[in-house]
Ligand binder design. Structure first.
Ligand SMILES: C[S@@+](CC[C@H](N)C(=O)[O-])C[C@H]1O[C@@H](n2cnc3c(N)ncnc32)[C@H](O)[C@@H]1O
Length: 277
């Protein structure tokens, strides 16, 4: 047996152990990228083998929290893919205006950049005051950072460029206070967002929503888990509600494909249609 095969066995045992010990379910994550991330974690956490890593995280909860940082890819950006936000302004906002109150779910929100971007967009469209945003993730460290609404000041230049290309109406600086090397986003934005722990792999739907934005999360899942997540979004969305995905994600091969129609195909914006299959 070659060494690679042993690592694959160890990774299967590791994800089983994580599920049994911490109820975090990585069993249906895309195998190749999970493998890369586990091996990277071994290096960074100074563990000679995946089995050694498994032993460590089983007995040491803080090691599990550290491993979670490698397994979950907590990278994000404000107004990432500006065309997506332009398409939200163009296609989603006019319909959202017709509702007296709104719920928006940002699934896999990481450190909050996507949720704050949508809150700013909704504010500029005069809709934030009637909106509750639910922003969920499985990484407690990311959620804590998201709740604080504090981002590195040196990221603001790039975020401002994104914001302008996304149809921003002010200057991004209108929404934060700069302090030393940090940008602290307004309390008025933070107050409209509830950050909460929720797993697309194990949890169920918790609210009826008009718009679900789940970007750059499904790429890490295998097909059955993508279908599970899309099923949750479909169940959560009101009739004719909107779904936004990441630029490398598609509904095309999903068992839920017929439950949605494309609103802006290139920007991965979809709308729920009737029917149950
Ligand atoms: C690359 S980030 C995407 C962040 C943001 N949506 C964006 O597009 O900038 C992927 C996020 O998905 C989260 N994630 C991974 N598995 C998840 C699951 N089962 N349920 C919910 N979120 C998950 C990770 O913790 C991570 O924060």
């Amino acid at each position: 047996m070659v060494r690679g095969d042993v690592a694959d066995i160890e990774i299967r045992l590791l994800v089983e152990a994580l599920y049994l010990r911490y109820a975090h379910d990585f069993r249906d994550y895309s195998r190749a990228s999970l493998r890369r991330r586990v091996l990277h974690a071994c290096e960074r956490m100074d563990q000679p083998t995946v089995s050694a890593l498994q032993e460590k995280v089983l007995h040491d909860e803080s090691a599990f929290t550290e491993l979670l940082q490698y397994l979950t890819v907590p990278v994000s950006e404000m107004f990432r893919d500006p065309d997506y936000y332009l398409a939200v302004r163009e296609h989603v906002v006019p319909i959202l205006r017709t509702y007296p109150s709104l719920k928006v779910w940002v699934a896999g929100c990481s450190t909050g950049e996507e949720a704050y971007s949508l809150a700013i967009l909704l504010h500029e469209e005069g809709l934030l005051e009637r909106t509750l945003l639910y922003a969920t993730d499985i990484n407690p460290r990311s959620l804590e950072r998201a709740r604080q609404g504090v981002f590195p000041l040196d990221a603001m230049k790039g975020y401002t460029a994104n914001y302008q290309r996304a149809g921003g109406r002010e200057g991004l600086a209108a929404y934060y206070t700069a302090g030393y090397d940090r940008a602290i986003f307004q309390r008025e934005l933070r107050q409209r967002i509830t950050f909460a722990d929720h797993s697309l792999a194990t949890d169920s739907v918790f609210a009826e929503t008009q718009f679900v934005s789940c970007r750059n999360v499904l790429i890490y899942f295998n097909r059955p888990l993508q279908d599970r997540a899309l099923g949750l979004f479909r169940e959560s969305l009101v009739h004719r509600g909107f779904l936004g995905l990441g630029s490398k994600e598609t509904l095309e091969f999903s068992s839920h494909a017929r439950g949605f129609e494309a609103v802006a195909q290139r920007e991965r914006l979809y709308r729920k249609v009737g029917g149950t299959t």
